[in-house]
Write a protein that binds this ligand. Sequence first.
Ligand code: ZN
Length: 265
Amino acid sequence: MNRKINLTIYNENYHEQTNPEVASVYPQGIHGAVRSIFDGDEDIGVIRVATLADHEEILTKEALDDTDVMIWWGHVRHKDVSDAVVEMVRYRVLHGMGFVALHSAHASKPFMRLLGTETDWLRWREAGEKGRLWNIAPNHPITQGLSEFFVVPHDETYGEPFGIPTPDEQIFLTWWQGGEVFRSGCTWMRGQGKIFYLQNGHETFPVYFQKEIRLIIKNAVKWACPLRRNLMVDYGGSNTPPLEKYELEDGDFFTLNPDEHAGAK
Ligand code: ZN
């Protein structure tokens, strides 16, 4: 890619403010840990960071229009996210912006609305169990640099059934110490936008400092980046004349002025 990827990170940043245990794990916030994945990455251009407290000021139309990929982490304050912002995020994904949903973002408004099913439906348990992620798409851009499987020592357990629509691509499958399995890495296309969901990252465990998880997020941002930032700007859903002249049933011809055809420019 010959241009830099503009990245926008949203983190609820609630637990970090209210739970000292979380603040000790993520002293710079989960957004700080995620942002640091891209330190020194020459593929990355502008990085914007928004939290629940300032998301309406940061996540403007201008900022989203200038964003290639958005990362989203939220947990208990999904309902407090502005519907106007959510609609702008949804619109931008449909027009090409990549969207990387982390952990409890399975129940976030933009993820739910983009996927259209009860994606907050799953088994869960905060037991700090070990999870083994199986890399079941070894030829996928998101898994490059990973081996056949790796272990996250402690995380929240999520188990099937998971109320997502059938993924376009299944990237990871997790086995949990307690017996469940979970589709922990999945991709979808919605409109022109690529979406990736990664299950890992409960706030009380330092999961976003683990090298494999950081590599997955880095790879996912590069995979999800659209080739053009505003992909759909030149493609209207408009009423257009045909490209080829043809005879109508009454013997008349459908005349074409190519200059009037949006696609003929
Ligand atoms: Zn959690």
